[in-house]
Ligand binder design. Structure first.
Ligand SMILES: *[C@@H]1O[C@H](CO)[C@@H](O)[C@H](O)[C@H]1NC(C)=O
Ligand SMILES: *[C@@H]1O[C@H](CO)[C@@H](O)[C@H](O)[C@H]1NC(C)=O
Ligand SMILES: *[C@@H]1O[C@H](CO)[C@@H](O)[C@H](O)[C@H]1NC(C)=O
Ligand SMILES: *[C@@H]1O[C@H](CO)[C@@H](O)[C@H](O)[C@H]1NC(C)=O
Ligand SMILES: *[C@@H]1O[C@H](CO)[C@@H](O)[C@H](O)[C@H]1NC(C)=O
Length: 287
């Protein structure tokens, strides 16, 4: 009895797999299978086509020369050199080793700014106006030229007049740079943005006089706009050097430098840390 049932079941299965009467394979006729295969073929071809088309359009809109997505209100930050550890410049005037690392950092940072190097790579541009190099229609004007920023424009902080950048006599130089933002035009009407530094309130009596190089601490307009690493291969970021002439020794002095510009308001109001940099100076002297 049970055996007969099994036999019958097996026969049903075999018949389901291949039914010789109706010529059905797994319950479908050849034309039904054909239609299904055709459907999936068309369906997947369509999906693959969609994928390729989307990729193609994506790649078309990507530009090698500028990032596709950039915050239009990107806020330029300021950065200092040397940075020290955690933005603390801390040394002992008498102990050469304690400040030699700062001098070395500045030496290597400024090497590409040597006048000879700048003359070789870059143009002597007309100051106080933006150095705009547009593409002529669809013809890409690349590579674009950059303007000379000569190391000697840093005056007493160029490392030639004083090989120790003032570290050896307690009047250190700090270099300030404005972070690169592609296409940014800081300043207008011939007025370049400039840097000013001050001490936090409680430290103001310790700061003493500061002097800026180039004069007035300006980032000249001619160094903008920046077109990006690919387009402007020899770009030299403009620098401002701040020399602290009469720091009180053996005191922590919290300094804040900020950028001032007649256009920077539009992108600095959103963020009170934008366009500023804070650091600590402490010069020890065993007297
Ligand atoms: C830059 O000038 C200094 C001093 O003249 C020199 O020691 C250094 O090798 C120069 N660097 C480059 C990259 O020319
Ligand atoms: C940079 O220095 C070179 C050589 O000293 C000089 O010919 C050139 O005019 C200077 N450029 C600027 C922008 O001062
Ligand atoms: C970059 O500098 C090199 C020399 O170091 C020069 O041959 C080249 O023309 C410069 N390129 C641009 C775009 O200024
Ligand atoms: C520095 O600023 C003063 C006052 O704003 C101005 O008279 C002077 O021409 C400026 N100097 C330079 C080199 O820009
Ligand atoms: C340096 O600062 C001290 C006070 O911190 C002051 O008494 C002195 O006159 C200043 N020296 C110069 C040259 O300004």
């Amino acid at each position: 009895m049970a055996k007969e049932d099994e036999k019958k079941e097996a026969g049903e299965w075999r018949e389901f797999f291949w039914n010789p009467r109706t010529h059905e394979l797994l319950g479908r006729t050849a034309s039904s299978w054909g239609l299904i295969l055709l459907f999936y073929l068309v369906f997947y071809t369509f999906l693959a086509g969609m994928f390729c088309l989307t990729m193609y359009i994506m790649l078309l809109t990507l530009d090698d020369y500028k990032p596709t997505w950039q915050d239009r209100l990107a806020t330029p930050g300021l950065m200092i050199r040397p940075k020290g550890d955690n933005m603390e410049i801390l040394y002992d005037v008498k102990n050469t080793e304690s400040w030699d690392k700062y001098v070395q950092t500045l030496d290597s940072f400024l090497a590409p700014y040597n006048n000879s190097q700048q003359m070789l790579n870059n143009d002597a541009c007309a100051p106080d106006k933006h150095y705009v190099q547009d593409d002529s229609g669809p013809v890409r004007n690349v590579p674009k030229r950059s303007c000379q920023f000569n190391r000697t424009m840093l005056g007493d902080c160029d490392g030639f007049t004083d090989r120790t950048y003032g570290y050896g006599d307690g009047k250190p130089c700090i270099l300030i740079k404005l972070n690169r933002v592609i296409g940014m035009l800081p300043g207008k009407d011939g007025q370049s943005p400039y840097v000013t530094c001050g001490a936090k309130k409680e430290d103001s009596e310790f700061l003493g006089d500061v002097v800026y190089f180039p004069p007035n601490g300006t980032f000249n307009l001619m160094y903008y706009p920046y077109y990006g690493k690919r387009a402007q291969v020899n770009y030299s970021q403009p620098l401002v050097a701040v020399k602290f002439l009469n720091l009180t020794q053996n005191a922590d002095i919290n300094v804040e430098c900020k950028i001032n510009s007649n256009t920077i308001r539009e992108f600095s109001d959103r963020d009170k840390f934008a366009g500023r940099v804070s650091f600590k100076l402490r010069i020890n002297s065993p007297d």
